[in-house]
Ligand binder design. Structure first.
Ligand code: S3P
Length: 450
């Protein structure tokens, strides 16, 4: 499928975005381990999250889906059954890594497979600690790549310091730790998204976080069945927030979006770039804070994105690169070598597509230097089979002369099934009366040193 995009007029809109992808994966897994029925609302019915749903079904959990965004999960008190065939994780790295942690704690054998894209991604980051906990995890692909053959059971807790800042690794080890003897500790020198800890706590599983950021979980706990409402995905919202931010006097309000502060670093970057950004957490009591974000656009200024900020906006770097090319000055992204290991090598993909659109870009081993503001011209661009590259460059097309065509855009369904409909709304700029919430301005956030 090709996605065709034209320059958009200035927007003034109010929208919502579908459920958070990271939270959806975790809610399904923890509810499935609970001691009863759990209804999840606001679930993201994207291909990636459905891979997790189908994986849990393959492990013997009944999951009904009365509506696309509603799941009824019949938890079986931590009892999972051996899958009758291999578990297909599709293109979802989160599914494979979290599942690896989960099945490492089970006494049966599982084989986790992925599509050709996922089959190139590194799994050694979960294999090493899971083996240290006592599981047998064998990568059948070259250099620690999928498929994974996992035989688990009889795990013991370990203290582990991952070599990369990764919420997927932390979450895999927390799940394995739930089935391990004693305490499992994950040292986190650079904080990553904390949805797994929060989800476990919401289901009354005890975890603790130490002053140095280490997270502990104790084995043998049964999650208590509960219902959960998943907020909108701030990573999906980012595409539209950045569009509004880069249009002088563009205005956008997004309601009911997740505002967990391990995920909102992108808003701080937009503030540094000069945009007017306001957020209001509406439900402070909720385990996952949610609320309203409002952005008013300005001529953006370049910024530096680096250090501890990077893991907290890792998925937003493709669209922040588009903000960079629209801003005046040199935008620098550093310490983001993990981008080369996502659905595609995102550093190379961003550099190639920005150049095709007429921008000047330098590729660094761990990031990019992007010179703006560049007069972008429409072009035919590959998606590299990467949903966030496809969406980021569809947004670039809203700022380009002529037509931009994103090839192989069906990958967008992995994280954001309704993206195209909102894109059309932006292109047609159906003007709406926006009721501005009374929320205070945020102060600019300095770039963080490594
Ligand atoms: C995710 C964590 C991030 C992110 C991915 C989703 C998660 O990956 O890029 O899209 O849900 O845990 P890493 O933790 O491996 O950086």
């Amino acid at each position: 499928m090709e996605l065709r995009v034209k320059r958009a007029p200035r927007i003034d809109l109010e929208i919502t975005v579908p459920g958070d992808k990271s939270i959806s994966h975790r809610a399904v897994i923890v509810a499935a381990l609970s001691n009863g029925m759990c209804t999840l609302r606001g679930f993201l019915p994207s291909e990636d999250c459905m891979n997790t749903v189908n994986a849990m079904r393959a492990l013997g959990i009944k999951i009904e889906q009365p509506e696309p965004a509603t799941l009824v999960i019949h938890g079986k008190k931590r009892v999972l059954t051996a899958p009758s065939q291999e578990i297909n994780c599709g293109n979802s790295g989160t599914t494979m890594r979290l599942l690896a942690g989960l099945v490492a704690g089970q006494k049966f054998e599982s084989r986790l497979v992925g599509d050709p894209g996922l089959s190139k991604r590194p799994m050694d980051r979960v294999i090493a600690p899971l083996c240290e906990m006592g599981a047998s995890v064998v990568a059948e692909g070259p250099e620690g790549t999928p498929p994974l053959r996992i035989h688990g059971g009889s795990l013991h807790g370990i203290q582990y310091r991952p070599s990369v800042a990764s919420a997927q690794v932390k979450s895999a080890l927390l799940l394995a730790g739930l089935f391990a003897k004693g305490k499992t500790t994950i040292e986190e020198p650079v904080p990553t998204r904390n949805h797994m800890e929060k989800m476990l706590n919401y289901f009354l599983v005890r975890t603790t976080t130490e002053d140095d950021g280490s997270v502990n979980v104790f084995g043998d706990q049964v999650p208590e069945s509960r219902d959960f409402d998943i907020p909108g995905d701030i990573s999906s919202a980012a595409f539209w927030l950045i569009t509004a931010a880069a249009q002088p006097r563009g205005h956008l309000l997004i309601r009911d979006v997740g505002l967990n502060d391990t995920r909102t670093a992108m808003l701080g970057v937009l503030l540094r770039m000069g945009a007017h950004v306001r957020e209001a957490v509406e439900d402070v009591e909720h385990v996952e804070p949610r609320g309203v974000v409002e952005v008013t656009g300005v001529p953006l200024k370049a910024t530096v994105i680096q250090g501890k900020e990077v893991p907290q906006l890792i998925d937003e770097l493709p669209i922040l690169s588009i903000a960079g090319v629209l801003a005046s000055g040199k935008t620098t992204i550093r310490h983001a070598e993990e981008l080369r290991l996502k659905e595609t090598d995102r550093i190379a993909a961003i550099a190639q597509n920005l150049r095709t659109m007429g921008a000047q870009v330098a590729e660094l081993s761990d990031g990019l230097e992007i010179y703006g503001p560049a007069p972008l011209h429409g072009a035919r661009l590959p998606s590299f089979g990467d949903h966030r590259i496809a969406m980021a460059f569809a947004i670039a097309g809203l700022f380009a002369d002529g037509e931009t065509i994103i090839q192989d855009a069906e990958c967008i369904r992995e994280s954001y099934p309704g993206f195209q409909a909102v894109l059309e709304e932006f292109t047609n700029a159906k003007r709406m009366q926006v009721s501005t919430p009374v929320i205070g301005s945020l102060a600019p956030v300095p770039a963080q040193e490594a």
